[in-house]
Design a binder for this molecule. Sequence first.
Ligand SMILES: [Zn+2]
Length: 274
Amino acid sequence: MTIKNIHNILTIDVEDWYMDTDISCWTKYEDRIVTSTDRILSILGDVKATFFVLGYVAERHPELIKRIHDLNHELGTHGYSHKPINRLTPLQFKKELIKSIKIIKSITGEEVVCHRASNFTIMKNTSWAIDIMKNCGIKYDSSVFPVKTPLYGMPDAPLYPYQISTEHICGGSSEGIYELPLSVLHLPLKNIPIAGGFYMRFFPYELIKYSIKSINKNGRSAIIYLHPWEIDVEQPKIPELKWFHYYNIHKTETRFKQLLKDFEFTSIKRWLYN
Ligand SMILES: [Zn+2]
């Protein structure tokens, strides 16, 4: 089996470069999301991906969302205000989710059935969010990261797609939604996060390649993510964003292009139903 035989899943989290700050500050920063997302679209060429769009972005740039949709990529929701779920109440989460779904649906005319939480914050203490998602029409989610980090993670979660519910956050549910966890390199003592984004900038590319190859050798697909701002080398530097936001940003585009050469990718929808 060559590594080109298995389709991996590519996901793009459509948020602007400053959206890890609080929404109350956002209007003072330069809007760069259209240029960076268009750049991603042109790099992708014929490769299809799932774009998890922030409701706030969709509201301000409906033409961008329409363009992504017209190119036959899949659109999912990334919530509205980019607040991690562990900083929202169940009611706030539900309101934000419904609001973002409504905005995206009004642009594409299609149901929004997939979701990614801000900062991968589907964890044990936010499992209440899963039943809310299900009740709002979400059929699959890609927010669980089977690693331990200071901000997020569920190191004992399954490494590959599984059914998840509020009651069965680590699997075993027959009536939940489908969870597509972010990819890790599974080592005896620890899972190493290699699913793209910061990790693709931090680790040597060869480690990322080796890890995806290992996943594919087991007959599994890797689930990878990227943000449009990660290829935007001219974005402003502000003290509110920490070093890891900017780390190796000048290397992302080359690595991303190499990834597309080395592996086959598709959207979640095509991966599930084709
Ligand atoms: Zn995000």
